[in-house]
Design a protein around this ligand. Structure first.
Ligand code: UD1
Length: 398
């Protein structure tokens, strides 16, 4: 039996571990014993707990409860506490996902303890080292033993960086597995009553909007033009805005919430305006954006999820580490060019920007492929050296 520690800490991690854990529980319970560690990087119910319920993720075996802080503080707190878990549990492998602080912190601990490290969503590169996530990606992949990539570009990046080809597995995207699973669930049980009633009042054309990157929200001079563009777009169609706590705090501080509407105070059909929600659970937000005319965002995951459902996405970033979303025609980078954002939104409303393809292997079966690799007989972790801590080479047949 192999002991694999799964690490998740922030909102975009939960939808990536859910399908892998499900697959292992259903088909490989005799060969893999997964342990779940929640770092506590995100902790509010609507940033964390609700995802566990909705995505059917088991209760974490450990919650490190690190909470918020500067990057150094948060990363260090995770490392100190995660090291204790690894010392007690002596896992055969640590599996991390994505590019958040929890990813790199847990990866560093694992490798320094001589534990095999697997990284899901490896190889993505924005080329923009001012982005904290890019540093997390580079640092994690520098020490990863088994790379699972979501798109061919990720594999190419890793090969260019000199990673051994036999350690790289192009498996598709677990986030899309989760998306399909949740769509199916939604079709059976629906979203919350409040959200279903709210959506019933929306017209055929509406937009969903999210924004949370420090580079977009932390300074007034960056945030204000975005909100102004939003105020223009929302004269034509309602804009649904579930707001990250970081963004909410800046909107309040900069006095930029004028005219934004509270969903609880709405009644009857909604023709226009920005409707400001707190962060929404996975299902409620999916229920809204899956039928939107467009999504405006600076999220990484939403660029991909909208691609899978062929919903036009306008990304408020200068670059993306997920270029396949651009190649498939569903995603467009608008950066800080708010004139371009307005123009692109108009083109979408006129039916002029149509997504075409869905990326290779985004078929809902990435977690099956990952589970097969994780449970393969000896030798899947070829570059993992036995360290003095006594940890064993990963995934040997015992
Ligand atoms: C983190 C990730 C980012 C990801 C995002 C999704 C890093 C470097 N960044 O950014 O890649 O896209 O999560 O949300 O790991 N807060 C709450 N409640 C919570 C969590 C956070 O109120 O449950 C507030 C706190 O004020 C906190 C701030 O949000 O300081 C930022 O949280 P943090 O985890 O530091 O980064 P995110 O911006 O969420």
């Amino acid at each position: 039996m192999q002991k694999v520690v799964f690490v998740a800490g922030a909102r975009p991690n939960f939808m990536k571990i859910a399908p892998i854990l499900r697959e292992l529980r259903q088909k490989y319970s005799q060969s893999v014993a997964p342990l779940l560690v929640h770092t506590g990087q995100h902790y509010d119910r609507n940033m964390s707990g609700s995802f566990f319920d909705e995505l059917d993720i088991p209760r974490p075996d450990y919650n490190l409860k690190v909470g918020s802080g500067s990057h150094a503080r948060q990363t260090a707190a995770i490392m100190v506490r995660f090291e204790k878990v690894c010392t007690v549990e002596q896992p055969d492998m640590v599996l991390v996902v994505g590019d958040v602080n929890s990813t790199v912190a847990a990866g560093l601990v694992a490798k320094k303890m001589g534990i095999c490290l697997a990284h899901v969503e490896a190889g993505l590169r924005s080329g923009d080292r001012s982005m904290p996530e890019e540093i997390n990606r580079l640092a994690t992949d520098a020490i990863t033993d088994i790379f699972f990539t979501t798109e061919e570009r990720g594999t190419k990046n890793l090969l260019q960086e000199g990673k051994p080809p036999e350690a790289i597995h192009f498996v598709g995207h677990v986030m899309i597995d989760n998306l399909f699973h949740q769509l199916e669930r939604l079709s059976r049980s629906g979203a919350s009553r409040e959200i279903m009633e709210f959506k019933a009042g929306l017209p055929r054309q509406y937009a969903c909007f999210t924004l949370h990157r420090p580079s977009n929200v932390d300074r007034r001079e960056d945030l204000e033009p975005v909100i102004q563009a939003l105020q223009d777009i929302c004269r034509k169609i309602p804009v649904v805005f579930p707001c990250h706590p970081r963004t909410r705090a800046r909107l309040e501080e900069f006095g930029l919430m004028r005219g934004m509407r509270d969903p609880e105070k709405l009644s009857g059909p909604i023709e226009s305006g920005v409707i400001l929600f707190p962060p929404l659970g996975y299902d409620d937000f999916l229920y809204l954006w899956k039928d939107a005319s467009m999504v405006l965002t600076d999220s990484g995951g939403l660029q991909e999820e909208t691609t899978a459902l062929r919903i036009p996405c306008l990304t408020l970033r200068e670059n993306t580490e997920r270029p396949v979303t651009l190649e498939c025609g569903s995603n467009m980078l608008v950066g800080r060019d708010m004139a371009l954002l307005r123009k692109a939104a108009d083109r979408i409303l006129a039916g002029d920007l149509n997504p075409c393809a869905v990326p290779e292997l985004w078929d809902g079966r990435a977690s099956q492929r990952i589970a097969r690799v994780l449970t393969a007989p000896r030798g899947i972790c070829p570059h993992h050296a036995v360290q003095s801590t006594g940890a064993k080479p990963c995934l040997e047949n015992k």
